[in-house]
Structure formats: structure tokens, C-alpha cells
Design a protein around this ligand. Sequence first.
Ligand SMILES: Nc1nc2c(c(=O)[nH]1)N[C@H]1C(S)=C(S)[C@@H](COP(=O)(O)O)O[C@H]1N2
Ligand SMILES: [Mo]
Length: 396
Amino acid sequence: MDGGMRAAAGASRRTFLGGLAAAVPMLAAAGTGRGADNESDALDIPGLITRQKGPDNLEFPFSNLKSFITPTEQFFVRSHFEVPTVTADDWTLTVEGHVERPLTLRYDELRSQPATKRTALLECAGNGRVFLKGLQPGLRWELGGVSNAEWTGIPLATLLQRAGVKPGAVDVVLEGADTGEVRPPNPATPGVISYSRSLPLAKANSPEVLLAWQMNGEDLTVPHGFPVRAVVAGWYGMASVKWLKRIVVLDRPYDGYYQTFNYTIWQRPQGLPTLTPVTELDVKSQIARPAGFEVVPRNSEYRVHGAAWAGDAEITNVEFSTDDGRTWTNAALVGEHVPYAWRFWEHAWRTPEQPGSTVLMSRATDSRGRTQAMERDADRRDAMISHVLPVAVEIR
Ligand SMILES: Nc1nc2c(c(=O)[nH]1)N[C@H]1C(S)=C(S)[C@@H](COP(=O)(O)O)O[C@H]1N2
Ligand SMILES: [Mo]
């Protein structure tokens, strides 16, 4: 079934969800525990936690973590504006700016290129924001602003080569077809803008950066960027621009909204705080089960499991603690390392004999020698939440 095409043709959310429900009757039947007492409930995407409606922002229920590849209908959705109406027929992609030969591509032309497949995890830079103290302007994701898929497309580098990047090029801006306006009290946009983000030329030319038209072997669905999106493997999700329509090469750094007012952290070269765009994924691990406040049987063996990831680095170790981080034991890494994907891990936990509550933690280390911090770094503002997260459980 071609869910993406169908949704784009109908250009309605109803069409998309109708197609989705038909494709996954099991999930639709399983539901989310709520009664489908009106039409809009019945049409909700099964298996995802709603963080916002219009635009729809949906969280993967991380405690359901099972398959290495996240099924598309469970893959988290992060959209700043309403999804744009783009059909395959009227879609074009232009490469322009600081290039020798500006070009325009149609959908069928792009799809006729020899395709590359790559598994890559996307994590929203705000994943885990619910764990931050104080008021947060952004969405308060728990653990599920992260998912892992297989993408099909061509390297961005192929198009840049065809267009001939001129000497002196610095940044490659990826622009989406979605538009909107951010108003006060948030930092305001200059009227209506489109979603855009840039990559420095070296990253744009790296083989792991794809222009993808398929996800998990099917055409992209509308919420995930149909017809074509960027997949910037190794970086936080904000760089993987959906509904891609324009690639603009600049001879200067790009200072767009989503890399100045948003998705930036403080860095302190020579002690001078300077706002810096969020880019590469940090090392991180999460516990899927037990879930927070799960009731766990006492004096038994419990299979604790989760996932860990480190962008372009390899997870080398995951440690596990049952005493609020005082002592640690090594968990077992499951399967093989897959570049840019997450790595599952597990640990057989002998639960306490006495009822009570306890705090579990996991802590990952990677091949770059990075280990998850125990404390939150305030310079990261509301992004890159990669410190060790506590999971309180009830022993009964
Ligand atoms: N055009 C466009 N691309 C976008 C966004 C957006 O709002 N508009 N959100 C970004 C952010 S912040 C994330 S985390 C990822 C999420 O991709 P997903 O919705 O497929 O999970 O898309 C990125 N690409
Ligand atoms: Mo994001």
C-alpha cells in the first residue's frame, strides 16, 4: 500500500489515518485503553501518546520498546507547523544559491536515482524535557521523542555535486514546505516563515546524510515528510527537514530561527557564553521496562531492558544501578552495533526481598569516551537532555 501517495492525493488527515488503520488492524484494535466514543478518538493514531494537536506532536510509548526498527505508525512525530499539502505531481526540489548550475528536480526524477538504504535513529533535541525543572516553553516529551527507522534515498552530496558547489560555500540550508508564525511571548518570527535548518558543507557532503523518499520500505507518510525529507544521521532530529522543497547553498553561516532562537545551547569558548546551534547527538541510554512507577514483583528476576545511542559513535558499555546511582553493574549489549542506530541492552535484575520503592538508572559510554553525565548541564537550556534519568519503581 502506498500510504504516502494516498494521503497526499487526498490531502486530508482523515484519508491518511483511514489508510493507516486499514494497514494495521491489530494496532487499531488494541487501541490505547481509551474508549473510541467519538469519531476523532477512533481516528487517533494508535500506539502514540498525544503531546499536542494541531500541529500533531506524538510520542512513541517507549515502555513498549520491542523492535529494533520502530514501526512507522509508532515512530514519534514532531512538527512545528501544520503539515503542508504537497502532492507527488506538483512537488519539486530546487538546489540554488552559491552553486554553478542551479537545478530543479521532479519527484519521478529523484526516485529514478540509484537508491541507498540506511538505518538511522532520530531523537528530538527536546526528548526527556519532562525531567527538567521549572517552566519549559517547549513540548514536554517523556522518553519517546526518539525512534529508529530504515530510510531509502540518495545522499544529499549527489545533488550538491550535480549543482556544483562554488568555492567559498559554508552552509547548506534545507527548507521545508511547511509554514507558520511564532508569536510573543515566544521569540517571534518575522511574520510567516517556513521551517528550515542548515548543515555545514562538510556534514552536507557526508554519505550518512540522505534525501529520503521511503521509511521502513514504504513511501514516506505525510506526518514524516512526504514526498521527500532529509535524514541527517548522527544529529538531533531538528536537522532532518521534512517536506523538503529547497536546498540553498550559502557563502556565510545561516542564522535561521531554528538555529538561533530555538535549538541552541550555550558554549563558552574562552569563558565567553555564545549561543551555538544544536548538532550532533550526545551519548544516551534509556530504560524501557520497568516503566516509571511500574509495580515490580519482589524477590524475583526481572528483565530490565532499554536502548542506548551515541550518534556516529558506538555504544561500548551500558551500566545499570538499583540504588539511585551509588553502585553500578554492567548490563549486556544485545545484537550487533549498527552505525547511527540505537543499541538494545538488557539486565537480569534480582528484585529486593522487601516491598518498597527504589530508583533505577542506566548510564551509557561510547567509543569516543563519552559517558552520560549524572547532572543536568544548565548551559543546554531546554535541549540535549542526555544526563542519567531516574526511573522510580514500586516493589510489591
Ligand atoms: N519541515 C519540517 N521538518 C522538520 C520539523 C518541522 O517542524 N518541519 N521538525 C523537526 C524536528 S524538531 C524533529 S525532532 C524531526 C522529527 O521527525 P519525525 O516527525 O519524522 O519524527 O523532524 C524535523 N524536521
Ligand atoms: Mo525536534
